[in-house]
Design a protein. Structure first.
Length: 157
């Protein structure tokens, strides 16, 4: 008759790492799809004013931004320290705003064009003269929905 030996405790089996590359690629793909890159580089100094009544914009795809402020310190040797208007990645003049709005409307679907909102990102130390000029040019371009970008705060701060 044959004797059967009982093996001692073999311990815990090793964890299989065969599926590890699949998990890593799934995570990589997920982050590649969900991450959005900044579309424009802000070349103006922006310390946004505080506001007590802040509302978040619903559909950012319908928003076109205009930034107004003094050029950043690295760019002040070239552009000076007076407040400038930035459309997308370049500085522009007030007269360029109408063309910018027209180009932004052309990139939208026809049914969404009336819903377009222009977001003004204005440094809190900017004089109102340039802001009034921008608003007049927006009025000429029939861009009448304007939103002012601010940071949340109280009037006491």
């Amino acid at each position: 008759m044959a004797k059967f030996e009982r093996k001692g405790k073999g311990g815990i089996p090793a964890i299989s790492t065969a599926s590890l590359p699949d998990i890593i690629f799934m995570l990589l793909f997920f982050f590649m799809v969900t991450t959005t890159m900044r579309e424009t580089t802000i070349n103006v100094q922006q310390r946004l004013p505080k506001a007590t009544e802040v509302k978040k914009l619903e559909r950012k795809s319908l928003v076109s931004s205009i930034s107004i402020g003094s050029p950043k310190i690295a760019l002040q040797a070239t552009y000076g320290s007076e407040p400038r208007i930035q459309l997308n990645d370049a500085f522009a003049k007030v007269e360029d705003i109408r063309d910018y709005i027209t180009a932004e409307r052309e990139n939208m679907d026809e049914k969404e064009r009336p819903l377009m909102t222009v977001a003004l990102k204005i440094d809190e130390k900017t004089k109102m003269g340039i802001v009034v000029d921008v608003k007049q040019e927006l009025r000429k371009a029939s861009a009448l929905k304007i939103s002012y970008i601010s940071r949340k705060g109280t009037s006491i701060d």
